[in-house]
Design a binder for this molecule. Structure first.
Ligand code: G3I
Length: 352
């Protein structure tokens, strides 16, 4: 090659390699197109699409940005439970729940209260109470919290996880031990008196498809209705594994039989872990997408299923402490990028 040509080539290489500082408009990368909002697709399907949140994260622009764009139904992951509200007897602190409710109201979101009666997140001072005091304190708690949020929540998980995982009888919680089986009916009656407009739900896990536990849940709510107890729906939590999800047809049949009682149903705490499949490989994320699309699709197809709520929306904040490997259970990754699971949900909501 002639010397002059070599020089010309070198200039060209240097020019191309020269740092031109900020790239000119013509070379900026194409804008990252935001995926369609889940809440728009859900609204078109007549459903609410929600997530559990923590108030401390709402001021994070990435967290708040994704939350506000995609969801119109919100559940406090922790802050509306008994312990965070009344860690000291008689000294109620509603600040966490109030922050979530205010954030939701400013963005046209509905709120689901969670949870008035649960065997976990119980203040330590409750455990030693004699039966008569426990009955008084539990009733006061239910009425106080439901009254505080009256008119600001669409629904409440009034009683959470009262069926045990063994014989599928009632869980032997302190409430059942000291107050008897009637604590459940009493809780729903007090919640209705405190907030006549709120939809009152029973909420539980591992009862999504037909089986022993879902039969026990069905029988519980059928019995409550037969006693004239004010109950409006059942929350199916849907904490599932991508490798062994409940069969779509079984979940549909379970939803239908609950609907035949005149109840609403919702998917209340969905996450789909992939840890036991070996973590977030492309193949496992595709299986996760398929499970999300299939099970959300069951709710979209069932008129009595009014809402789907995910138990968080970014893998950066999930309750699941991975046992086998990264469970990566949610719709957005830890950098808030939508995963295949997100598009599976969008396709289900759009009936694609
Ligand atoms: O906010 C406090 C913090 O101030 C304190 O320093 C720290 C250490 O004690 O605790 C923090 O509270 C924790 C809270 O999550 C907020 O992160 C509680 O200890 C912890 O017990 C609580 O765990 C929650 C758990 O319910 C128990 O309430 C999980 O986030 C939440 O995902 C999980 O959700 C449950 C549903 O309510 C019912 N269905 C099952 C589901 C998963 O377990």
């Amino acid at each position: 090659m002639r010397r002059a040509s070599v020089a010309a080539v070198l200039l060209l290489v240097v020019a191309c390699g020269h740092d031109r500082g900020p790239t000119s408009p013509t070379t900026n990368p194409p804008p990252v197109t935001e995926p369609d909002p889940l809440r728009a697709a859900a609204g078109a399907a007549g459903k609410l699409v929600g997530t559990a949140v923590q108030s401390s994260l709402l001021n994070d622009p990435r967290y708040g940005g994704v939350f506000a764009r995609h969801f119109d139904f919100v559940t406090a992951e922790y802050e509306m439970k008994w312990d965070p509200i009344e860690r000291t007897r008689g000294a109620e602190d509603f600040s966490g729940g109030d922050a979530i409710v205010a954030y939701a109201a400013a963005r046209g979101m509905q709120v689901k209260g969670h949870a008035l009666v649960w065997h976990q997140a119980v203040p330590s001072w409750v455990n030693g109470l004699p039966a008569a005091d426990l009955r008084t304190e539990l009733d006061r708690h239910i009425r106080s919290v439901a009254s505080h949020y009256r008119g600001r929540v669409l629904a409440w998980d009034v009683v959470n996880e009262a069926i045990d995982d063994n014989g599928f009888g009632l869980r032997d919680s302190i409430f059942r031990q000291k107050l008897g089986d009637r604590y459940i009916a009493d809780a729903f009656r007090s919640a209705r008196e405190a907030d006549p407009q709120a939809l009152l739900f029973y909420n539980d896990y591992s009862g999504e498809g037909l089986g022993g536990k879902s039969d026990a849940i069905y029988e519980l709510v059928r019995s409550l209705l037969a006693q004239g107890v004010p109950i409006d729906g059942v929350g199916l939590q849907m904490h599932v594994r991508a490798g062994a999800p409940p069969p779509e047809s079984s979940v549909a049949a379970n939803m239908r039989r609950l609907a035949a009682l005149g109840l609403r149903v919702n998917i209340s705490e969905m996450d789909v872990r992939v840890g036991d499949l070996g973590g977030a490989t492309p193949a496992n994320l595709e299986r996760q997408r398929s499970v999300y699309r299939s099970l959300v699709g069951v709710c979209v197809a069932e008129p009595a299923c009014h809402a789907v709520t995910f138990w968080g929306f970014t893998d950066a904040h999930t309750w699941i402490t991975s046992t086998f490997g990264p469970d990566a259970p949610l719709l957005f990754d830890a950098q808030y990028a939508p995963k295949p699971a997100f598009f599976g949900v969008l396709d289900a909501l759009a009936r694609r």
